[in-house]
Design a protein around this ligand. Structure first.
Ligand SMILES: NC(=O)c1ccc[n+]([C@@H]2O[C@H](COP(=O)([O-])OP(=O)(O)OC[C@H]3O[C@@H](n4cnc5c(N)ncnc54)[C@H](OP(=O)(O)O)[C@@H]3O)[C@@H](O)[C@H]2O)c1
Length: 296
């Protein structure tokens, strides 16, 4: 495993107070990175910081208040960043919602948070991104579950929440691959990674973090042959953000059966999320929906 020393590197993780985001923070901090925890709850962020410090006493951490469901909140967070950022892990995500659920700005909750929120964040962080910065979009196997139509990305939807979740993840991934094309030759890179099938009851326990009841954990043990904990789910994402063998345009995920678990490896994204035409149209639709524009 390619695990370079990360001292001197500053990495922002969104949704850093729970699940996979938390484990990204702990793994990055244990290798010496300075980590900014993008979190919408000060209380949950403080719990995560204490948990990391319990395992990495010299962890260099800073909490960045960040609500990806609010365009004003995203702008405030971006303007609060006063240091150079070497990598951003776009991890925060809403995994289920009703069609009526909305962000503060009236956008569909899953598309608005998972995709548009991250696009607005990266656009406004641009001046603080290092010359060789990496952006990692946390995608999902679910990106294949729904058609991606840029003209309808903010349109009302019906039917399964999982399908709309898949659409939000496909859009985030298409954004990262479009960023890869637009940053070509600049020294910056944009990648996707996914955690496989990562569940709380198989995750190492940390004080204050949800990992399920003792019974749930015991019942989950046999499933370890198929799925994994969120600690292991963070591995492909951290790899994409830090490894020297990870390159712009890559997609990383677990290498085991069905990509549910296992060591990080390069995996295949759908043609739809890699389509330059879709990426360009989605970019325009997102700028129109958010009112946020990229400088470059
Ligand atoms: N677990 C899996 O098997 C799996 C598979 C494929 C992809 N993923 C992706 O991996 C990422 C993490 O998943 P997880 O299982 O670790 O989820 P999780 O345990 O539910 O954690 C989600 C994180 O996102 C944060 N978040 C949600 N809405 C936010 C907002 N408006 N602003 C800021 N932060 C927000 C949550 O913060 P709060 O505590 O404040 O709610 C939490 O920190 C997600 O993007 C998910 O789509 C997960």
């Amino acid at each position: 495993m390619d695990a370079p020393d990360l001292r001197g590197r500053t990495i922002l993780v969104t949704g850093a107070n729970a699940g996979i985001g938390y484990w990204c923070v702990e793994k990055l901090a244990s290798r010496g990175a300075r980590v900014l925890l993008g979190c919408r709850s000060a209380e949950r962020a403080a719990t995560a910081v204490a948990a990391v410090q319990g395992h990495v006493p010299d962890a260099d951490l800073r909490v960045l208040p960040l609500d990806l469901g609010s365009l004003d909140g995203i702008a405030r967070a971006a303007s609060a960043v006063d240091e150079s950022i070497d990598a951003v892990i776009c991890n925060a995500g809403v995994k289920a919602a009703t069609p009526e659920a909305r962000t503060t700005d009236g956008l569909d909750l899953m598309v608005g948070t998972n995709f548009l929120g991250h696009l607005a964040l990266i656009a406004q962080l641009d001046p603080m991104l290092a010359a060789d910065a990496r952006v990692v979009a946390v995608g999902s196997l679910a990106h294949r579950f729904a058609a991606l139509d840029p003209a309808r990305i903010t349109a009302p939807w019906r039917g399964s929440s999982l399908r709309q979740y898949g659409r939000s993840k496909a859009a985030l991934m298409a954004f990262a691959f479009e960023l890869d094309r637009r940053w070509s030759g600049t020294g910056r890179s944009a990648l996707c990674a996914h955690p496989g099938y990562a569940v709380d009851p198989l995750t190492a326990e940390r004080p204050g973090l949800v990992t399920g009841s003792r019974l749930m954990r015991a019942l989950a043990v046999p499933t370890r042959v198929i799925v994994q904990g969120k600690d292991d789910g963070a591995r492909p994402i951290v790899h994409a953000a830090t490894a020297t063998d990870a390159a712009s345009g890559d997609y990383w995920g677990p290498g085991g059966l069905l990509e549910f678990r296992g060591a990080p490896t390069r995996v295949v994204a759908s043609d739809a999320v890699r389509s330059p035409a879709t990426g360009a149209a989605l970019w325009s639709a997102a700028e129109a929906a958010t009112g946020v524009r990229f400088a470059s």
